[in-house]
Design a protein around this ligand. Structure first.
Ligand SMILES: Nc1ncnc2c1ncn2[C@@H]1O[C@H](COP(=O)(O)OP(=O)(O)O)[C@@H](O)[C@H]1O
Ligand SMILES: [Mg+2]
Length: 334
């Protein structure tokens, strides 16, 4: 029977983990796209692992700037903020100027993931009220000065009356016309749900990254959100499938990325494995993509960032199981 298996594996034992990382990083020197099957170096781990490799060239920025990208999902807790932080810093490391807007008004936490919480003195609300300038509300990252964070409001506050899509469009326009020039990317971290906060967050966007996990509740919300994005005129929607565990997929306890893609019918920007480093790095306020040596999830985010720049996508592959060897008795069966 054919089994569906998937790209980047959950780390197995450390020897396997490090060999995969080694192969991924050592292939940086290839000046082309390569899809390279990597065989794990121990016997029982019989999954074929494939990964799209990084290229040793500067990615070509597709489309007009600033590219306003909303990171959304419908369901909460699937990895929108993690994705915003890691895509944002990957893009900054690739040399693009980034403004990340935390539009999750009630449950703001992008500042925490970036380790910038103590630097947020002003928010977009104060800018709109005329209490401060826009550049005072923009928090520059300590590691990558071409990455800036803008929070909409203070933590635990409700979406203020009168703050809606138009206000966000005004902010995006103000970012475009700053004296230092328009950013290359404006990433908007969207709140969960499909109410006012969601509508506000998607209003200025012209493309979307839909984050989903391979479970039925997340997929149903993602499907609903896809419909709403399309109604809003956002046609460029790509998905990131997060928290993949190949051990569960193999045991048919988790949907494969191919299944997810068939259900949602969206182009695939990236596949992120379940990785305890994600949680560790969130607690340290140090996004995963900055880790050295890199982790599997960090590399997967970097590759997704690369594809975002080039408006590229990846393929989920179906790997056929090796045909079973015929035994002596099968000879008589034919
Ligand atoms: N690939 C992953 N592996 C392990 N934990 C993850 C992964 N992605 C996200 N998480 C964890 O899931 C939780 C929710 O992530 P978060 O980005 O805050 O989701 P959202 O913004 O969609 O609510 C966090 O604790 C985060 O560390
Ligand atoms: Mg969030």
């Amino acid at each position: 029977m054919a089994s569906l298996q998937l790209l980047i594996s959950n780390p197995g034992p450390s020897s396997f983990h490090s060999s995969l990382l080694y192969t991924l990083t050592s292939l940086h020197s290839f000046d082309r796209r390569a899809v390279k099957p990597i065989k794990p170096n121990y016997k029982n781990y019989n999954t074929t692992i494939q990964s799209v490799i990084q290229w040793n060239r500067k990615p070509q920025l597709a489309g007009d700037t600033p590219r306003v990208v909303v990171i959304t999902s419908g369901k909460g807790g699937v990895g929108k903020t993690t994705t915003t932080a890691n895509l944002g810093l990957s893009l900054a490391r690739l040399g693009f100027s980034i403004v990340a807007i935390d539009a999750d008004v009630g449950l703001r936490n992008l500042d925490l993931l970036l380790g910038l919480e103590n630097r947020v003195n002003y928010t977009a609300i104060e800018v709109l009220n005329g209490d401060c300038r826009l550049d005072q509300a923009l928090v520059r990252d300590k590691r990558w000065s071409n990455f800036e964070l803008l929070c909409i409001s203070k933590p635990r506050s409700k979406l203020p009356m009168g703050f809606g899509g138009k206000a966000l469009i005004w902010l995006v326009d103000a970012l475009k016309s700053r004296p230092e020039g328009s950013p290359d990317f404006i990433l908007i971290d969207c709140p969960a749900g499909i109410d006012a906060g969601f509508i506000t967050a998607i209003t200025p966007a012209n493309e979307a990254v839909l984050v989903t996990t391979p479970d039925i509740t997340s997929l149903r919300d993602a499907d609903r959100v896809t419909g709403l994005l399309e109604c809003d005129g956002i046609k460029d929607i790509k998905m990131i499938v997060n928290r993949i565990r190949t051990d569960l997929i193999r045991g048919e306890d988790m949907m494969s990325v191919l299944d997810v893609q068939e259900m949602l019918g969206l182009a695939l920007l990236g596949v992120i494995p379940e990785d305890s480093e994600v949680i560790r790095s969130a607690n340290r306020g140090y996004p995963l993509v900055l880790n050295n040596p890199p982790t599997l999830a960090g590399l997967a985010f970097e590759q997704a960032a690369w594809r975002l720049v080039e408006k590229d996508s990846m393929k989920a592959v179906m790997v056929e199981e090796e045909p079973k060897k015929r035994g002596l008795f099968s000879f008589f069966g034919r």
